[in-house]
Write a protein that binds this ligand. Structure first.
Ligand code: ADP
Ligand code: ADP
Ligand code: MG
Length: 454
């Protein structure tokens, strides 16, 4: 078992990981930037180390500073969380190279699955259907034109290193494509340090469905699926499990393909295989694998009763997977909404500031994962995620009622947040019936702009 863990992250996920470690009796070390000295993860960890100035490049992305903090405090392991260095193969290698345990897959597994182009190839090789598109990276505009015969229009130009909904462009015509391609290349290089692009056919009215896997390097299991079709700018805002769109046969097939893929790359730790599901054609396509814990992992924890972060820590500590596939079963329905410090009335502009008042929802079936406390100053430097509200109930209908109840209990004074968006969505007939797709929310936001402004 691990003895002392450095948590190389901030915000709600750092708090989540510290809690899991403490539940297992593992000592914890937080790292923080100068902007985060007063933050909850620093307060909850056994020790905390300042790793640099506010800019992420100088602190949370600073591999040398993080490794030094781990050495200075006598840690034996590092958990990367999500975002920042979580899918950085060089970081995984550097941690391992320093004689520490990386709580996640090997650098090689990250290189294979974290790069979205090589992940497509690995999926295809494992017999998992991928979206029609380029075979590898598209190295030039000319090569891209050839791929168009495969995809038609509209086509997606995607960054091989993209993530968090960024690095994706859609072209509806050859003229748009020829204009967008070099722009996408320049943007990808600037944003991800890698200008590599690939192309995919646009799957029209698709649902986003993803399968949670847990693996120990030789064995792998799945913990069923989540549906994350409610997205804004290709970023998930509301996630739930199970998906209402899947038949038992399709669920079986999706979960089996995710496990096959995890086994094929000798995956270790927690990971998520993401798919698009076209319910009209009844076809699913692999889009990417996230080689880390995901923001929305709590909905799976709610319906399966499995502590995914604790299982990551056990596997990283050298244990074999304790959970057999036959032990994983689904109970009820869970929904998570992402409460961001953003103003829904002003096109979701970031809204940093001080939490003047805080009332946290509770009661049966309610979980609130957050770094908030009364008086907390939300810094302007990072992701705007403040909290995740997760509700669990016997049925989807009951979960939505519970979500409304918990949102009404929740009070975050002094800040604008995405709470009004979720109250409006929870009341919407299409959301109530689950009749949505990944671009549904975009249209809804245009139609309901007035309601959110008021
Ligand atoms: P999830 O699938 O866990 O919901 P998201 O795609 O929403 O993941 O991303 C989780 C977090 O990681 C977000 O804060 C997002 O901004 C960040 N992130 C993911 N991939 C990247 C990347 N390649 N570069 C920068 N940030 C990323
Ligand atoms: P990221 O790494 O940013 O999460 P993904 O490849 O997972 O990127 O795609 C993010 C979202 O973009 C998907 O959930 C989906 O809504 C949309 N998307 C991605 N690829 C396609 C596609 N080929 N057709 C239609 N929508 C897509
Ligand atoms: Mg994705």
């Amino acid at each position: 078992m691990l003895k002392k863990l450095l948590v190389a992250n901030r915000g709600e996920i750092a708090v989540r990981i510290i809690r899991a470690a403490q539940d297992l009796g593992i000592a914890t070390v937080a790292v923080y930037s100068a902007a985060d000295a007063g933050s909850l993860h620093v307060q909850l960890a056994d020790e905390a180390v300042n790793i640099g100035p506010p800019a992420a490049k100088k602190s949370y992305l600073n591999i040398e500073a993080i490794l030094k903090a781990a050495r200075d405090t006598g840690c034996d392991s590092v958990h990367p969380g999500y975002g920042f260095l979580a899918e950085n193969a060089a970081f995984s290698d550097a941690v391992t190279g320093a004689g520490l345990v990386f709580v996640g897959p090997s650098g090689d597994a990250i290189r294979m699955m974290g790069d979205k182009v090589s992940a497509r190839s690995a999926a295809a090789a494992a017999g998992v259907p991928v979206v029609p598109g380029s075979a590898g990276r598209v190295e030039s505009l000319g090569a891209g034109r050839k791929v168009l015969t495969e995809t038609g229009f509209p086509v997606m130009i995607k960054a091989a290193a993209g993530g968090g909904g960024r690095g994706i462009r859609i072209a509806n015509s050859l003229a748009e494509f020829e204009q967008a391609f070099p722009q996408a290349e320049a943007e990808a290089l600037a944003a991800f340090g890698d200008g590599g692009l690939y192309m995919e056919k646009v799957i029209g009215k698709a649902r986003h469905i993803e399968v949670q896997v847990l693996a120990d390097g030789s064995d792998a299991i799945h913990c069923y699926e989540r549906e994350c079709s409610l997205q804004r700018r290709r970023q998930k805002v509301w996630e739930e499990a199970p998906s209402r769109a899947l038949s038992d046969e399709l669920r079986e097939a999706l979960c089996a393909s995710a496990v096959a893929l995890a086994k094929a790359v000798k995956y270790s730790g927690a990971g998520t295989v993401e798919y698009l599901y076209d319910d009209e054609a009844d076809r699913f396509y692999f889009i990417e694998m996230n080689t880390r814990i995901q923001v929305e992992h709590p909905v799976t924890e709610a319906i399966t009763g499995i502590d995914l972060v604790a299982e990551m820590l056990r596997v990283a500590g050298g244990e074999r997977l304790r959970i057999r596939q036959g032990d994983v079963s689904v109970k009820g329905h869970a929904i998570e909404v992402r409460l961001n410090a953003e103003d829904p009335a002003k096109e979701f502009a970031p809204f940093p500031g001080q939490v003047a008042e805080l009332r946290i929802p509770g009661g049966p079936g309610v979980r609130f994962d957050s770094m908030l406390y009364q008086g907390y100053q939300v810094p302007p430097f990072y992701d705007s995620l403040l909290a995740k509200l997760i509700v669990h109930a016997e049925t989807r209908e009951a979960a939505i009622m519970r979500l409304i109840r918990a949102l009404n209990e929740l009070k975050i004074g002094g800040l604008k947040t995405t709470k009004p968006l979720f109250l409006a969505l929870a009341a919407d007939p299409a959301v109530r019936t689950g009749d949505v797709h990944t671009r549904w929310l975009e249209g809804w936001l245009i139609e309901n702009a007035a309601a959110l402004a008021g």
